[in-house]
Design a binder for this molecule. Structure first.
Ligand SMILES: [Zn+2]
Length: 140
């Protein structure tokens, strides 16, 4: 069976291979961390969590795992201003809400049937192939 990252949910057992990438114990723990708590952690944040389960892992290894997962299209890098890069396992088009009170970043999805052209003046003939939408505020 071929596994696409899109059809793996956080409760599923992580397959041995995803999109051609062999899921070593370290990659698996890094990926699980991203799937379990969708707060868009930095590499350092991931390192702190994974180190609990794999005490011998180094920050450099966590970076390597994140790099491999990104290169295989299993996760995405997310950039906010000049902050350190964050990581997101949601591969569908979505935006991000940055809660400036807690620092959490949560996914914002499009409501079914709504397209960007419904509320944005998009240039005539423009074809959108990538969406980057960042909302800032606080969640009460
Ligand atoms: Zn995201």
């Amino acid at each position: 069976m071929v596994h696409n990252a899109e059809n793996i949910s956080e409760n599923d057992e992580i397959p041995a291979v995803i999109k051609g990438l062999r899921m070593t114990r370290q990659r698996r723990e890094v990926y699980k961390t991203l799937m379990a708590d969708r707060v868009h952690p930095t590499a350092q944040d991931v390192f702190v969590v994974v180190k609990d389960r794999l005490p011998q892992i180094s920050l450099a290894t966590v970076y390597n795992c994140l790099e491999a997962l990104t290169q295989h299209g299993i996760i995405k890098q997310v950039h906010f201003d000049r902050e350190p890069c964050r990581y997101c396992p949601n591969l569908h088009d979505h935006g991000h809400f940055h809660d400036q009170k807690s620092g959490r970043i949560v996914d914002v999805t499009f409501k079914p049937g709504v397209c960007l052209g419904d509320f944005l003046e998009i240039p005539e003939g423009a074809v959108i192939n990538h969406v980057e939408l960042t909302l800032r505020g606080s969640i009460h």
